[in-house]
Design a binder for this molecule. Structure first.
Ligand code: GMT
Length: 376
């Protein structure tokens, strides 16, 4: 198949997932055309089946707001017509689903070919941004106009039906992870540099937006390190980083917490880690937690949104209510208290991650593409 994939090229979960999906499909012989405004972060190695089309947004003094959506739809038309795409798969509804709807109509008028649109909902496009009345009518319309709608968890599917008047079935296809890629041997020198005295290594990775509640992570770590010698790696960057760094200083634990900034080689960091923290207000899925589990790292998380569909309480880690610092800290100490307990959690985390392996999930997308193409 010849597939156009539209995505955000940044470190966010939807972009990572869409890029990994495209690479995996290309490895299976499909021709993949990524369409976005910058080279996607995880798209590095050359692959003869992968093409990247940059959306250029020419500026003009009249535009206070350059019309990205128009430029995107035009690029989608250009790529679909000139490369004879079979379908368009857009990740994150805003503004991709609407741009795809426009592109689909133009392609049909120009060439007589119907190019179906698959829209994958990822999270904040529904739970935060999409619900905003400024966007809602267009988001609702363009989701309904998609030929196929998928969501990355049952929770996100439920939230979509609650927030919008959706007239179609939403297919749930869970996010996936390449377990092989995350099953790395820890680099001893790296581990020693972070935890020279054999301290436990805790890790959080995100875009440090308010929804991630990074201050809770610092507070939970503060409690845990009183009982268990530990270090904390805060990976990523974003609006809440500054306040989180201040809190670390206020609590007097700056020597135990390392804000690494954005890191490309997240699998090397996961390989030396003992516990991953994800205490968000909401996550449709929690892809970073799954990547941790694939690296045999148990997860301490909130029970928000779709996280319980990924992290199994008492098995792959623990879950507690959002902001329940006491309970979360107790659970963290419980996982880390002795090597034997930690080993069991690590093994369970890895085993559970295997059920989300890329090899099980890619065929689900291929099957979906094939059935929409058969219908159109
Ligand atoms: O908010 C983020 O972390 C980024 C966001 C995105 O759309 O890029 O992530 C969402 O999609 C991920 C991949 O499907 C999910 O794993 C995240 O849980 C989801 N984030 C939220 O729902 C807040």
């Amino acid at each position: 198949m010849k597939i156009g994939i539209v995505l955000y090229p940044t470190m966010g979960g939807s972009g990572v997932l869409a890029t990994e999906l495209g690479i995996a499909l290309a490895n299976k012989g499909h021709q993949i055309h990524f369409i976005t405004y910058r080279q996607p972060v995880r798209l590095s190695a050359f692959n003869a089946n992968i093409f990247y089309h940059e959306v250029r947004v020419p500026t003009y003094p009249l535009f206070d707001y350059p019309p990205y959506e128009t430029a995107l739809a035009s690029t989608m038309v250009d790529v679909a017509v000139n490369h004879q795409l079979d379908l368009l798969h857009v990740h994150y509804a805003i503004p991709h689903a609407n741009a795809a709807h426009t592109a689909k109509q133009i392609i049909l008028k120009k060439t007589g070919k119907y190019v179906p649109v698959v829209t994958t909902l990822h999270g904040t496009d529904i739970t935060l941004v999409g619900r905003d009345n400024t966007y809602l009518p267009v988001v609702e319309f363009s989701i309904n106009e998609s030929d196929v709608i998928t969501a990355v968890s049952n929770n996100l599917s439920d939230e979509t039906y609650k927030a919008f008047n959706i007239e179609k079935k939403i297919d749930v296809i869970y996010n996936f992870v390449d377990v092989k890629r995350f099953s790395k041997k820890p680099i001893d020198a790296f581990k020693k540099a972070i935890a020279p005295n054999g301290e436990r290594i805790l890790v959080h990775a995100s875009n440090f937006r308010a929804v991630k509640r990074v201050q809770d992570i610092i507070r939970v770590f503060y409690e845990i390190q009183k009982e268990v010698p530990a270090k904390l790696l805060m990976v990523g960057d974003g609006p809440e980083r500054h306040d989180a760094e201040n809190l670390v200083r206020e609590l007097g634990i700056a020597h135990k917490v390392n804000f690494t900034g954005k890191q490309d080689q997240i699998e090397e960091i996961m390989a030396i880690s003992d516990l991953f923290l994800l205490l968000s207000e909401y996550e449709s899925f929690g892809l970073s937690a799954l990547e941790a589990m694939a690296a045999s790292v148990p997860v301490l998380s909130s029970n928000a949104g779709g996280i319980p569909e990924v992290n199994v309480n008492g098995v792959t880690g623990y879950l507690a209510d959002i902001g329940d610092i006491d309970q979360l800290s107790k659970y963290g100490i419980d996982i880390l208290k002795d090597d034997e307990t930690l080993k069991v959690f690590k093994e369970n985390a890895y085993k559970h991650a295997e059920s989300f392996d890329i090899q099980h999930i890619i065929p689900k997308y291929e099957h979906l593409y094939q059935s929409v193409l058969n219908q159109s």
